[in-house]
Design a protein. Structure first.
Length: 148
């Protein structure tokens, strides 16, 4: 299994978007089932610094999916860096980040206040007009889901 996860991780960073997306989906599924993918949390955190917004989004996604296995408090350590992506330069990445936050809040209730605070402070006016209402809607939906 370890070798398969390693291969899938390598595909996440590749240039072929379709292959990377399939690898992401497989890693998400594996993350739902067991903690096997959790050993890559540091690498997922590194993905948040990528110049490529697709790689950032994949990192955000896999961190959220593995938060429930986080016995080493890695998510706690990286939460500030994660929350910066609420206003990622790419609105699609920002939207994915926002939509994933309820998953982290559920898995890591001790981070709920930090997440709620970051969502409330988020300024979507940095995005093009066509995206602002969508981002604000995502923020409202995530706030409601976390607070319910």
């Amino acid at each position: 299994m370890k070798e398969r996860i390693s291969e899938l991780y390598a595909l996440l960073l590749g240039q072929d978007g379709k292959t990377a997306y399939k690898a992401l989906q497989t890693l998400q599924q594996l993350s739902e089932e067991s903690a096997d993918v959790y050993s890559y949390m540091d690498q997922f955190a590194d993905m948040l610094d990528s110049e490529n917004s697709y790689i950032r989004t994949r990192g955000l996604t896999l961190i959220a999916y593995n938060a429930k296995w986080d016995t080493d408090y890695k998510v706690d350590e990286m939460i500030d860096k994660y929350l910066e992506h609420i206003t990622d330069i790419k609105p699609i990445t920002a939207r994915q980040c926002i939509k994933l936050l309820p998953k982290i809040a559920k898995a890591k209730p001790e981070l709920k206040d930090d997440i709620l605070s970051a969502l409330r402070k988020a300024d979507a006016s940095i995005f093009p007009d066509s995206m602002q209402s969508l981002v604000y809607k995502d923020i409202r939906n995530s706030l409601a889901e976390i607070q319910s």
